[in-house]
Design a protein around this ligand. Structure first.
Ligand SMILES: C[S@@+](CC[C@H](N)C(=O)[O-])C[C@H]1O[C@@H](n2cnc3c(N)ncnc32)[C@H](O)[C@@H]1O
Length: 395
């Protein structure tokens, strides 16, 4: 059964138009990325449309160069990516009209010299982009992705009454537990590799974030949820036991979030992860995740051989191991989930009134002569009926 998900090289995301038609045929919808909640907008976002695009830093990625291998004890480049995308968001947050405001993140990274250097590099990249491509305001796709996810989170909370859990896999420096008004009824769990979890703990303390009930009233950034729990675990191993040990309740509806994570895992690990979440998910549970389109993945791997592509970008491309298969709804169904919506990040830019910069496009262009458009997918899914504890696909 899993083989079915392993797709041929051709035929993925042939073009957006076709895939949109296919989506309709498959019975899931295209969802507008606009957050539907005015209070959210007022709290975190700029209300007027931004004029321009993103991704210069994502494209050149020379912000990676300032990072010492053992910075904050982070042993792998993949763990560093959390710091780097946070630096991107921070660079954007300093703009007068950011895609996403994140005062806690600002405090968390205030004394991290490498992070500050990455922010500077990022801003410089964007200044160059603005000059080269005539852009007014460059913002990162990681900020757009997070903002899109915020909308999905609040949509789920509105639709789901009672006590529930939010499990963020590969959480990195996610600050939703302090940034969004999640309410007391939400228990947040963040799963990440032990080195990243330790680094985040340090940054949270440095930033003045409340992490326990006992600290109520004494921190600059109070929790905006019922509880927050860090789970140090490798998602290629037995992460479910670690989650249970920290108090996760299999009987409660859970919103699973996996942003910027899946493509760092092999295809078989991705399938097992989807199945593992489904097996732990009570009725009413849902999933928000992002993944690379096949065209994006394929072009990035071919770019590894191109001497014109910089080392910074190659470092990122080389760490990518998987993509969202052709027939995504079948893929999710096979692994315990029912796809509700699939949006391309480029559409989110349009919805938020920002344009994408041309850097990544220019870099990947030599490898995208076919009709497929490299893009980045944002998926929301609900638990398939009857799939709890019994995923249909083993790999
Ligand atoms: C690009 S960052 C994304 C962080 C965060 N979700 C965000 O959007 O800002 C990828 C994260 O996935 C985590 N990660 C990658 N592989 C992992 C694994 N095998 N187990 C646990 N976490 C993993 C990394 O440590 C890192 O924090």
């Amino acid at each position: 059964m899993y083989r079915r998900c392993q797709h041929s090289a051709e035929g993925h995301y042939r073009d957006h138009q076709l895939s949109r038609i296919a989506r309709n045929a498959f019975g899931y919808t295209h969802r507008s990325p606009a957050p539907a909640f005015d209070n959210l907008r007022e709290a975190s976002y700029v209300t007027q449309p931004l004029s321009v695009g993103h991704m210069a830093a994502s494209a050149t990625r020379d912000m990676t160069e300032g990072w010492a291998p053992a910075q904050r004890g982070l042993s792998s480049f993949v763990a560093h990516t959390a710091m780097l995308v946070a630096a991107e968001r921070l660079a954007d947050a300093r703009h007068s009209q950011p895609v996403l405001r994140d005062p806690l993140l600002e405090k968390m990274l205030e004394h991290e010299s490498d992070a500050q250097a990455a922010v500077e590099t990022c801003v410089n990249n964007w200044e160059r982009q603005k000059h080269e491509d005539g852009l007014e305001h460059v913002a990162p796709f990681t900020g757009v992705r997070m903002r899109f996810g915020d909308g999905e989170v609040m949509r789920y909370l509105t639709a789901t009454p009672g006590h529930l859990q939010m499990v963020i896999l590969g959480a990195g420096l996610d600050t939703r537990a302090w940034r969004l008004d999640l309410s007391e009824r939400v228990s947040v769990y963040e799963v990440d590799q032990p080195d990243m979890s330790a680094a985040k703990g340090h940054c949270l303390r440095a930033g003045g974030a409340q992490t326990t009930r006992a600290q109520a009233g004494s921190c600059s950034f109070p929790l905006k949820c019922g509880s927050w729990t860090s789970v140090a675990a490798d998602l290629t191993q037995d992460w479910a036991s670690a989650l249970h040990d920290k108090g996760f309740d299999k009987g409660l509806p859970t919103l699973w979030i996996a942003e910027g994570l899946f493509y760092y895992l092999e295809m078989d690990v991705c399938a097992r992860l989807l199945q593992g979440m489904a097996a732990l998910a009570a009725p009413g549970s849902a999933l928000i995740m992002t993944h690379l389109s096949w065209a994006f993945y394929k072009a990035s791997q071919e770019a590894l051989q191109d001497p014109n592509v910089g080392d910074g970008a190659k470092k990122w491309f080389a760490s990518w191991k998987s993509w969202l298969p052709e027939e995504p709804s079948v893929y999710f169904e096979t692994n315990g989930w029912r796809m509700q919506s699939l949006s391309m990040i480029s559409e989110a830019f349009t919805t938020y009134g920002v344009s994408q910069s041309k850097d990544m496009e220019k870099m990947l262009k030599p490898f995208t002569s076919g009709p497929g458009a490299p893009d980045y997918c944002c998926v929301s899914a609900t638990l398939q009926q009857g799939s709890q504890g019994a995923p249909r696909c083993t790999s």
